[in-house]
Design a protein around this ligand. Sequence first.
Ligand code: EPU
Length: 437
Amino acid sequence: MGTKTETAPTTYTAIYTHMDKFVIQGGTPLHGAIPTSGSKNAALPAIAAALLTDGEVQLRRIPRVRDIRTMERLLEDIGTEVQVNGEDVTLQTRQIVSPEAPYELVKTMRASSLVLGPLVARAGRARVSMPGGCAIGARPINLHLAALEQLGATISQEYGYIEANAPRGLKGAHIRFDRITVTGTEDLMMAATLASGETVMENAAREPEVEDLARLLISMGAKIEGAGTSTIRIQGVDRLHGTDAPHIIIADRIEAGTFLIAGAITRGDVRVTGCVPEHLDALIAKMQQAGVQIGRGADWLQVTAGGPLRAVDITTEEHPGFATDLQAQYMALMTQAEGISLITETIFENRFMHAQELLRMGANIRLEGKQAIVAGQTTLSGAGVIASDLRASASLVLAALVARGETVVDRVYHIDRGYEQIEAKLIAAGADIQRVE
Ligand code: EPU
C-alpha cells in the first residue's frame, strides 16, 4: 500500500517542548524559486470536516506543520482513522468515540474549536474546552456558540468546558454574524450541512479558505451556495459521504506573501511558485506602491526589488482587505522603507509583539493602541529575539535576513506551527539559516 501513519508523540506537551532556535546571518539577497505549500488554515477545517461522515475523506497537499499534526491527533482521539502519506491524508470516522476537544489541545491551537460544529451535527453532542487567552488577544468563540444556538443546540458551560447538545439534530436558521469570523463561518457551515432545512449565514467571512472548505463539503454531498461572498446558503442533507475525488487544498497565501516580502526586504529576485496570485491582491498592491516590482503568472509571482523602497500605510481587514496574518511581515519590510508608515491592526487587539523584538534589532517603531508608527530606513543588527506567535516569528526571520550579523530566533516552535520547512525553503534561495537545538 505504501501508506504509513506518522507516529504521534505520547503526550500533547511533547509536541511543543523541543526548543529549536534559528541562527540567521543576514545580508544576502534571495534569488530563485520558492515553492508554496498547501494552506494550513484551509487544511485545518478540511480535516475537521471528516467528522461529518463515516465515509473516507481524501485530502491532498496537506502541509506537514505542527498545527496539522495537532488537529490529526485531536481527530484520532475523537475516533477518526488518520492515514498520512507525505502530504496526502485520508481520514475516516466510522464512529464518534469521544466528542471532546481537551484543554491540552485547545490551549495550544484555538482552531481545535472547529470540531464543535461537526460534532454537534453528527453526534448531537460536543464538549470543547474554553479557549482562554492566546498570544494575539482574547479570541473568544462566542459567535460560534450563538450561531449554534440559533441552529437549535443547547449550550452550557462547566469546569472550563463548553458543552453543546442537540440530541434531536440541528435545524436550519437565518444567522447574521455580529462580526466577521473565519473559523466561526467554517464551523457553522459544517454544522449546517447536516441540519434540517435551509441555513442562511449573513456577514460571513469571504476568505479563500472558507471557499475551499465549501468545495470540499460539496464534494461530500453538501448543498452550499455563495461561499466566498458574505451570504452563504446551505440546504441541509441527511448524510454526507466521503470525497468523490481527492480534495486538493489551496495554496497557502500567507506563506506565499511571506516569501514575497522575503524577496523584497533582501532586495533580491524571488519567484514564488504554486500560489494563487488573486488571493494576494491586497499585499501586492501595497508592495507595488512601495516600489517593489511584482510580475505574475497563473500560479506564480515574481518579486524584484528594483528602486528604493517607500513607506506605505496599511490597515488590516477581513478578506479581500490586507490580511492580519501578513501585518507582522509587512512591518519588517517597512523598517527598510524610506519615510514613515502607519500600520493599523483592526482584527486582533494584541498583535504587535513582534514590534518589541524588532526594536531590539534596531527598528524605530512606536506603538499607540492599535497603530504602529514605523520610521523606515533603519539599519537592523543581529540580536537574540523571541518568537511569540506564528506570524510574529516570521517577521523576525525576515528582519534577520537583512540585519547585519547574526540573529538568534528563539522558540521556533511557533514558526513550525504553520510554516512547512521555512528554513529549507529560504536556504534554497540563498539565505544563511541554521536550525539548532
Ligand atoms: N471573535 C469574537 N468572537 C468569536 C470569534 C471571533 O469576538 O466567536 C473576534 C476575534 O477575537 C478576532 C476577530 O473576531 O478579534 C476575528 O477572528 P476570527 O474568528 O476571524 O479568527 P479565527 O477564525 O480564530 C482565523 C485564522 C487566523 C487569522 C484570523 C483572521 C484559522 C485557523 N485561523 O482565525 O490565522 O489570523 O482568522 O484572518 O483559520 C494564523 O494562521 O497565524 C492565524 C492566527
